[in-house]
Design a protein around this ligand. Structure first.
Ligand SMILES: Nc1nc2c(ncn2[C@@H]2O[C@H](COP(=O)(O)OP(=O)(O)OP(=O)(O)O)[C@@H](O)[C@H]2O)c(=O)[nH]1
Ligand SMILES: [Mg+2]
Length: 365
């Protein structure tokens, strides 16, 4: 392999699953040579003449076999190219493999995107952007991309921090790192409390079966959801009760096991139950929990007449109706506040890696 080819990188920028298009990106000194070996005129066999920045329709040929008709865009004076293929996983694999055989180094999308930028902060933010899956998080990261490098430069080498300012930055940083690492929320409670109905509402679709039969959910169900626009992983679990059914008992055990790694537990109760009954169920759930994670009490079914009796029991509880959506926004705001997500303002510079904290003399314990 020549030295220039070793410096050339290839990456699949789109997800490795079927889609309308797949984008393979190529960057480095061997870019033009590799394209010459791969792309032909759609009719005829001569070399393709590219105009910088202009998309060109080409036929891609591997081992004398046409593999796809693709749009190739060469830019940066021939050092970079993007190849827009039809979105078959197999086609993308063959093109990446052909370019790798030609001498390019196959890297992940994260590494490829970050590769260009000298500033490590931009690289770290871009890597987070490549993985992020809600609009709110991507908007927040884009704002950080605009303000954070300058903030870190201004405070480096580290001076002395005002204690309040230092605490505020570290709190924001912890919240940011928590979001980027992935927040996990478990939904627990007695059977029939409306756990799965609430989970479906937070997920945004009817993902989980619900019914008025207590014990409907058996195997725990995990799904991506968003809380106040921030991405989370939600785990819905089997309703907690004493049972002689060994399968339900095992489902309850596995559900509780799932809550151990959670950042937050939502305890869902049926507010329409009689207050004494409600307190007994509540205490049983608390006793069964195997985690110290923060808990948010949710009084569900507040649309049912009589549910207001439960209001006096726990004044800090969020009162909702998972069925009609009442109180869901307030519940999401409460969860965001417990997780410190409300600190993540777009105009507040927030170091989002331990390296960035260290660069301005702050250490996360
Ligand atoms: N009126 C009213 N009914 C609700 C509400 N939330 C859920 N329900 C109903 O309560 C019943 C139980 O709901 P589920 O979401 O299946 O309850 P669950 O807690 O997941 O129950 P298990 O899986 O058995 O533990 C269903 O008939 C729901 O339609 C609500 O806010 N108001
Ligand atoms: Mg359920």
């Amino acid at each position: 392999m020549s030295e220039s080819a070793a410096e050339t990188r290839v990456a699949l920028l789109t997800a490795p699953s079927p889609g309308a298009i797949a984008v393979v990106a190529l960057r480095g000194a061997a870019c033009e040579r590799l394209l010459r070996g791969l792309a032909r005129h759609r009719r005829g066999d001569g070399p393709v003449e590219y105009i910088d920045g202009r998309p060109t329709l080409c036929r891609l040929v591997v081992d004398h076999e046409p593999v796809d008709d693709a749009i190739v865009c060469v830019f940066d004076g021939g050092r970079q190219a993007e190849i827009c293929l039809h979105g078959s996983v197999r086609i993308a694999e063959r093109i990446v493999a052909a370019l790798t055989r030609g001498g390019a180094r196959h890297v992940g999308a994260d590494e490829f995107i970050a590769d260009d930028e000298a500033d490590p902060t931009i690289r770290e933010i871009d890597a987070a952007l490549a993985r992020c899956d809600t609009r709110r998080l991507s908007r927040w990261l884009l704002h950080q991309r605009a303000i954070l490098p300058e903030f870190l430069r201004r405070h480096s080498p580290p001076g002395t921090w005002d204690a309040a300012e230092r605490t505020a930055i570290l709190q924001r940083s912890r919240s940011a790192m928590r979001v980027l690492r992935g927040i996990s929320i478990a939904v627990v409670g007695p059977p029939n409390a409306g756990k799965s109905t609430l989970a479906n509402r937070l997920i945004g679709r009817e993902r989980i079966i619900t019914s008025d039969l207590p014990g409907t959910t058996r195997d725990w169900v995990q799904e991506r959801a968003s809380i106040a626009g921030w991405p989370v992983t939600l785990t819905d679990t089997a309703g907690l009760r004493a049972t002689h059914d060994p399968i339900e008992d095992e489902a309850i055990r596995l559900g509780l096991q799932q809550t151990r790694g959670a950042d937050l537990v939502l305890i869902v109760l049926d507010a329409s139950a009689a207050p004494e009954e409600l307190r007994a169920r509540h205490d049983a759930v608390f006793a069964a929990l195997q985690t110290d994670a923060p808990r948010v009490r949710v009084m569900n079914k507040c649309d049912v007449p009589g549910a207001e009796r439960a209001a006096a029991l726990w004044t800090d509880a969020c009162r909702i109706s998972a069925l009609d959506g009442t109180g869901i926004d307030a519940l999401e705001a409460a969860i965001a506040a417990v997780l410190g997500l409300d600190l993540l303002r777009e105009d507040a510079p927030t170091p989002l890696t331990p390296r960035q904290c260290r660069a301005i003399g702050l250490t996360l314990e």
